[in-house]
Design a protein around this ligand. Sequence first.
Ligand code: RTP
Ligand code: MG
Length: 147
Amino acid sequence: MEREFLFLKPNTVRRGLIGEVISRLERRGIKIIALKMIWVTKEQAEELYQEHKGKSFYNDLIDFVLSGPVVVMILEGPRVIEMVRHIIGNTDPLKASPGSIRGEFGMSVTKNIVHASDSLESAKREMKIFFSENEILNYRLDVQHDL
Ligand code: RTP
Ligand code: MG
């Protein structure tokens, strides 16, 4: 079973799209095992995007994620990372398939609705920035996966 870290960026919250995004994950049978709305700190933002430090878009990206509350969550399921990356679509909404989350709601590469970890390793690292172990819940979801 894999775990994936995902957050809804500030303008997703401002646009009233929290339910829209979560609903798409739920309909795909993806289990949410931790969820909260927070105002990200500068330290958390810099830690999250450490791999992009020094790139041309880095400062704008940090400013953007600090511009309003976000919704952070941990998802669990078989091959959940692959599934989530597919459902959200390409980083650039212009290149994302129309049926994907970014392809339907994304406004620009920065305002691309969500962030989702791209590997098991980064998911593990990124969820620790925002959640403690006791915030991760254990329960049964009534969904059958045959992956
Ligand atoms: P994410 O990490 O947010 O799920 O997105 P990703 O893997 O598809 O994209 P990544 O390359 O990791 O980039 C992280 C975030 O940086 C912003 N970005 N801006 N202006 C640009 O050229 C540019 N490139 C990346 C995006 O907001 C992306 O989500
Ligand atoms: Mg990434």
